[in-house]
Design a binder for this molecule. Structure first.
Ligand SMILES: [Zn+2]
Length: 238
């Protein structure tokens, strides 16, 4: 009722432009081609797009050198100017009308790991940042994916232990130090298969910390899915 009323006052706008669309949470067909959806061949573990098919279970150089704590990470979109707009609208603008669409994209990217999951868990945000910004985009994405898939979600399964600097503008090694030890699991998850949900996979440091915490709490498998993923090293400054 409220949504219908607001539509009369403010007609729904495309997620990617100022074009007026027939219902909330859609993108006009002309802009669909601008979105870069990620697909095979991908690193079997971190989901990094590979130039050639590495064969079953083949991993990228980074995962071969340092095996991540999560079993798999997948993302719906490459992080670029178009997906950045979607994420910034969600993260800073609090725009929620795209969530059902994002959930479908993430469900498709997660595939088998979503089917196997006992529950979904949002990557945590520290409460002081949550208080300042007043919304948590990872929790919104998790809730939307739970709705789309019928899987349960646990909003408090992962928590941030200490205030850390914002990840913005940090290098990969600085990000690892910034996040290391800051995330812990709240509860015991013995033998569980957990799918962690976040907005962007940048260096993987946050998801690495989430996976370590969940394994410490007894999780048998930890998978991750994000709306977007950095696919070039120069994109990490967000
Ligand atoms: Zn990899």
């Amino acid at each position: 009722m409220i949504a219908q009323l607001s539509d009369l006052i403010w007609p729904p706008r495309s997620l990617l432009s100022d074009a007026i669309v027939d219902r909330p949470g859609v993108i006009e067909p002309a802009l669909w081609g601008d979105l870069h959806f990620l697909g095979d061949p991908l690193c079997a573990q971190c989901g990094f797009p590979l130039p050639d098919d590495p064969g079953p279970g083949g991993v990228c150089g980074a995962c071969a050198g340092h095996k991540p704590a999560y079993d798999t990470a997948r993302a719906a979109l490459a992080y670029d100017d178009h997906s950045r707009r979607l994420i910034l609208d969600l993260k800073r603008g609090g725009r929620r009308d795209g969530l059902p669409v994002f959930a479908r994209w993430m469900a498709s990217a997660a595939g088998e790991s979503l089917a196997r999951a006992d529950f979904l868990a949002p990557a945590p945000m520290h409460w002081t940042r949550l208080a300042v910004r007043s919304f948590n985009q990872a929790a919104w994405l998790t809730q939307a994916l739970a709705r789309a898939s019928g899987k349960p979600w646990k909003p408090g399964a992962l928590v941030r232990a200490k205030r850390r600097r914002s990840q913005e503008g940090l290098s990969a090694s600085e990000r690892r130090r910034n996040v290391g030890g800051a995330i812990r699991a709240s509860g015991r998850f013995k033998g569980k298969v957990v799918l962690v949900v976040d907005d962007v996979f940048t260096t993987g440091a946050t998801l690495e910390a989430c996976a370590r915490a969940l394994r410490k709490a007894g999780a048998a498998e930890v998978h991750a899915v994000t709306l977007a993923r950095v696919v070039r090293p120069l994109d990490i400054s967000i």
